[in-house]
Design a protein around this ligand. Structure first.
Ligand SMILES: [Zn+2]
Length: 157
C-alpha cells in the first residue's frame, strides 16, 4: 500500500491508466457554494510517451487562449511537468460531456491556427521554444482518439 499523498494525482496508479483520457481529478467548494472542478486531460501514456516541449508549449498557448472562446468558466489550463497532459480547472461547470465538447472544439481551433498566440518575448517566458506544427500533431492525434477519452483505465485482461 502506498502512503496517501496530499496531491490527488500522486494517489493515481499511472501504470493502470490508458491514455488518452479525461478524468475529474478533484473538486473544491468555496464558502459561497461555488465549485472549482479540476480535470486531468491526459494526452500521452505515462512513462511510455510524452509531448516534446516546443509543441507542448505552443499547444498550451493555443488551448489557453482558444478554450476561453468556448466557455467563460475556465480558471486555469496548465501543462503537467511530466509532459503527458494538462490540467483544466473550471468554476461551476460539472457537465462532463460539455467539457469534452469544449476540449474537442479547442483542439479543432489548434488545427486551424496559423500562428501561436503570444509567442514573443513580451508575452511569454521562453518565446524561442515553440512549434506550431508540433502542437498541431499533438492535437490531431488526440482528436483521432476522441472515442477513448471517457475510458480512464486499461481493460482488465
Ligand atoms: Zn509561453
Amino acid at each position: 500500500m502506498m502512503k496517501k499523498m496530499n496531491v490527488e494525482s500522486f494517489n493515481l496508479d499511472h501504470t493502470k491508466v490508458a491514455a488518452p483520457f479525461v478524468r475529474l481529478a478533484g473538486t473544491k467548494v468555496g464558502k459561497n457554494g461555488d465549485e472549482i472542478l479540476k480535470y486531468d486531460i491526459r494526452f500521452k501514456q505515462p512513462n511510455k510517451e510524452h509531448m516534446e516541449m516546443p509543441g507542448l508549449h505552443s499547444l498550451e498557448h493555443l488551448m489557453a487562449e482558444n478554450i476561453r472562446n468556448h466557455t467563460d468558466q475556465v480558471v486555469d489550463l496548465s501543462p503537467m511537468g511530466c509532459q503527458t497532459g494538462f490540467y483544466l480547472s473550471v468554476i461551476n461547470h460539472d457537465n462532463f460531456e460539455e467539457i469534452l465538447d469544449i476540449l474537442e472544439k479547442t483542439l479543432q481551433d489548434v488545427l486551424q491556427a496559423t500562428e501561436v498566440p503570444a509567442c514573443n518575448e513580451v508575452q511569454c517566458g521562453w518565446a524561442a521554444s515553440h512549434s506550431l506544427e508540433g502542437a498541431k500533431e499533438i492535437a490531431a492525434e488526440m482528436l483521432a482518439k476522441k472515442d477513448e477519452w471517457r475510458q480512464i483505465y486499461k481493460e482488465e485482461a
